[in-house]
Design a protein around this ligand. Structure first.
Ligand code: TEU
Ligand code: CA
Length: 551
């Protein structure tokens, strides 16, 4: 017994419900669609499903604007459907993680409506309201210079209350006021409700934005060049993200989860936090350095998204991994995120040839592997025009839609080569199906023995589940070695065995020396179309690797 809890060597599979599977042919993916695909998920071998938000919502930010935390949006089904999904997933040994969106509600939430209409009432102080002046020409002088993540002022004038409210995201997403104890309690109640319902944990959305500076000080200019005054990157966000009280709130939520874990003698209820921030702050989401407070079970490691660019070389690749593991205390479980619904797909970001190697790396590294639906078949970004798009960050300015939109990575899942890629029975999907679906789809790849992204992914997950679950090693036992400017080798020293991953990150053939500690090595997994095949033996020899080959 290596003392690993269920989530520590797990594969978390993110489902974007709107685009996964549409069971009733209304163009929108739904819970019943996910239920239909549970056997596929079980067969793939993933440990847990994280669902992007399925709660009642006007869908301004595709569900990240919640108007009722306690109910399922009719686009996705009913509470009974969710009951069935959780039960059916559990029957198959799959955990269900819900998306907890604590920073803001929808402006259609009853709390916000009450806050607007009755400033001195129970909900008057539920949001971050500040006085602001509106002149006769309708021009508002904002309370300060704060910017929204989606661009433009983070303030919005409300005609009824004649005040401004804070929205770190879209204007339809007013920020909750966590300085109000009633808000703190109300949101803990949300967690407790779903824990009682039987979910296995939460992905906590945009936690970095929970608190702001109590004095509402202006933020300084950032030194990033080429950014306009309206763009988020124009300011250095020292007063609106990662505030000290934010970390404490995370630790309080952890207490709620732990209480529930112990009280019910059930398996650990987990929390993963989403914050695009520096590595030191990321560690504070895990807990206090002295161990006196615990926070997230893991805080997403976005380095593969934020530090790595197309055409990366060995150095950039190695430092992306090192940046994480030199900073993570060994008690913390690591995690490796390749993509999500907010970032261009792996095949688009790096090129389709890199899909296998990167999936291999994220499965090989110790800790949790996080996969966004579609990455297991190497889906590329879809084609979406501004008129077809929905992302609130992008549709307000079609001139910059191609740069800012997150709709591209959200097009329907490509199941097969039938109409609408098998997403539904032919009615128009909410976002267009990618025109690549005839070449890239699950049915074409899920053929026994065929070399495919999916079959490799499935082998990786099986290997991780079998081999690394019992031969768990932490980051102390990891070494990233430069073999050449283009070839990287990662060594994972387990209790008895040594595992080596060799990855040619370049588009040319590479002949390199195999760095090893003696003996022969079995090729246990290999990317498709390389020189090496599963079952080959490698000893004291040179390796000839094809472009992007990974073994
Ligand atoms: O994203 C939070 C976040 O940190 C944003 O910076 C996001 O990555 C950025 O807008 C990408 O361009 C979360 C959700 O994942 C995202 O889908 C939501 O829009 C956002 O919170 C608001 O709830
Ligand atoms: Ca539907």
């Amino acid at each position: 017994d290596f003392g690993i809890e269920w989530w520590e060597n797990a594969v978390f599979y993110q489902i974007y419900p709107r685009s996964f599977k549409d069971s009733n042919n209304d163009g929108i993916g739904d819970l019943k669609g996910i239920i239909e695909k549970l056997d596929f998920l079980a067969d793939t071998g993933i440990t847990a499903v994280w669902l992007s938000p399925i709660f009642k919502s006007p869908q301004v930010d595709q569900g990240y604007d919640i108007s009722d935390y306690y109910d399922v949006d009719e686009d996705y089904g009913t509470l009974e459907d969710l009951r069935e999904l959780v039960d059916e997933a559990h029957k198959r040994g799959i955990k269900i993680i819900l998306d907890f969106v604590p920073n803001h509600t929808s402006n259609q939430h009853q709390w916000f409506k009450d806050s607007v209409s009755d400033p001195t009432g129970d909900y008057g102080d539920f949001y971050v309201w500040k006085d602001c002046e509106k002149d006769d020409d309708g021009k508002v002088t904002w309370p300060n210079n704060w910017l929204s993540f989606f661009g433009g002022s983070a303030w919005q004038y409300n005609e009824v209350r004649k005040q401004c409210y804070l929205h770190q995201f879209a204007p339809a997403q007013p920020d909750l006021n966590y300085n109000n104890d009633k808000v703190v309690e109300a949101m803990k109640d949300v967690l407790k409700f779903w824990l009682k319902f039987g979910v296995d944990g939460f992905r906590c959305d945009a936690v970095l934005a929970l608190f702001e500076d109590p004095e509402f000080k202006d933020e300084p200019r950032s030194n990033t060049r080429g950014v306009t005054a309206n763009e988020y990157g124009y300011l250095d966000h020292i007063y609106t993200v990662d505030q000290p009280q934010t970390f404490d709130m995370i630790y309080q939520w952890r207490d709620v989860l732990d209480e529930f874990t112990y009280a019910n003698k059930s398996e650990t209820k987990i929390m993963m936090t989403e914050a695009y921030t520096g590595v030191e702050k990321t560690m504070l989401y895990y807990g206090l350095p002295d161990g006196s407070r615990k926070g997230a079970h893991f805080a997403f490691n976005f380095n593969f998204i934020t530090s790595l660019k197309k055409g990366f070389n060995f150095r950039e690749f190695a430092s992306t991994i090192e940046k994480w593991f030199v900073n993570v205390p060994k008690e913390y479980t690591s995690n490796w995120v390749l993509g999500n619904h907010d970032n261009r797909r792996v095949a688009t970001r790096f090129g389709p040839e890199l899909v296998d190697g990167l999936n291999m790396v994220s499965a090989f590294l110790p800790g949790v592997m996080v996969t966004y639906n579609g990455e297991e078949i190497g889906m590329e970004d879809g084609q979406v025009t501004c008129e077809e798009g929905y992302d609130p960050q992008a549709i307000k300015d079609c001139a910059t839609f191609n740069e800012t939109s997150r709709d591209f990575e959200r097009t329907p899942y490509q199941w097969d080569n039938s109409t609408n890629a098998g997403f539904n029975d032919g009615s128009q999907p909410w976002l267009p199906v990618s025109d690549k679906y005839k070449e890239v789809n699950l049915a074409a790849q899920n053929v026994a023995g065929a070399p495919s992204h999916y079959n490799l992914y499935k082998s990786l997950v099986a290997y991780k589940n079998e081999t690394f679950a019992t031969d768990f090693s932490n980051l102390d036992n990891l070494a990233v070695i430069e073999i050449s400017m283009r070839v990287v080798q990662i060594i994972r020293q387990a209790t008895y065995d040594q595992y080596i991953l060799v990855f040619n990150t370049a588009d040319g053939n590479e002949t390199v020396r195999f760095y090893y500690s003696g003996g022969y090595y079995n090729v246990e997994l290999a990317s498709n179309e390389g020189n090496y095949k599963v079952g080959d033996l490698i000893g004291n020899s040179t390796l000839s690797l094809k472009p992007y080959e990974c073994i």
